[in-house]
Design a protein around this ligand. Structure first.
Ligand code: UDP
Length: 260
């Protein structure tokens, strides 16, 4: 059980980060359950770059491991889990999860708040979502370029909006820290970190075509569209090496005779 009363799914460990063994449908069902319970909860959409940061940043790792649900946002996480002999059902991309949860929220009428992106992006994403999911109640939408000193005021606006679901697209690690630090003032609210999803939903950034996503090359597509990502994507080979090392040491450990 998590602190919010959710029966925690089975999980695997990638570089010390817990990742829950759920598919997209299962993840959305967990989120629905959390909202229905009136829980205050944190959902992490874990990418390889995040796991790599968490490897050397204990505080960030603890935040991820304390979340109520951690889903594998990128192909790197799914690949690493397979390498370790603990496969995950599928990639649960944050942007797809957001759409799925909004479809459900439009039926249940839980109000949704969008926080993040450059000025105007969250509003444009909210418009696009209400067109795709008629009946979706948008409690509010705000950009994500506020000073940390103003976080309390931002939280107060979210709380006063009556939102039961918060999508925080502030980029990592800011979004995970923001949600973790503000769980109490935001309560009761299920908060999901969604990275740059608003940019995609608002049409500011194109999503990689399905064939490229299917081939596991979305990272390369994004790099070609946004060359400034090169610096942070240098973390990917480091992540791959660390995952390989974790898988080798797990195999060596498993091969050791069991001393009774
Ligand atoms: N962002 C924000 N506030 C900040 C820093 C970033 O709202 O202080 C937004 C940024 O505009 C973008 C998102 O956070 O919409 C991060 O996108 P990125 O592509 O880095 O995330 P990813 O999807 O790769 O995790």
């Amino acid at each position: 059980m998590t602190g919010s009363g959710l029966r925690r799914p089975e999980s695997v460990s990638i570089l010390g980060c817990r990742v829950d063994r759920v598919d997209s449908q299962g993840a959305a069902a967990c989120i629905d359950e959390l909202i229905e319970r009136g829980s205050s909860a944190q959902v992490v959409t874990l990418g390889a770059e995040m796991a790599n940061l968490a490897y050397s940043d204990r505080t960030y790792r603890d935040i991820i491991n304390a979340a109520d649900l951690v889903v594998p946002d990128t192909v790197g996480i799914v690949f690493a889990a397979r390498l370790m002999g603990t496969p995950l059902p599928e990639r649960v991309a944050g942007v797809d999860l957001l759409e799925r949860v909004c479809a459900s929220a439009s039926r249940s009428q839980y109000p949704v708040f969008l926080l993040g992106g450059a000025p105007g992006v969250a509003d444009a994403a909210a418009n696009a979502l209400t067109q795709r999911h008629p009946g979706l109640r948008i409690a509010g939408a705000e950009h994500g370029y506020f000073d940390d000193a103003h976080a309390a005021e931002v939280c107060e606006r979210i709380r006063a909006s009556g939102a039961r679901l918060l999508f925080a697209g502030l980029g990592f690690p800011r979004q995970e820290r923001f949600i973790y630090d503000n769980r109490a003032p935001l309560a009761p609210c299920v908060c999901i970190g969604v990275g740059g999803s608003f940019d995609v939903i608002a049409g500011r950034l194109p999503r990689a075509p399905a064939a490229i996503r299917g081939a596991g090359l979305e990272w390369l597509y994004r790099l070609a569209r946004e060359p400034r990502r090169l610096r942070r994507q240098l973390a990917l080979p480091v992540f791959a090496m660390r995952a390989l090392r974790q898988s080798l040491s797990a195999r060596v450990g498993a091969a050791q005779p069991q001393v009774k």
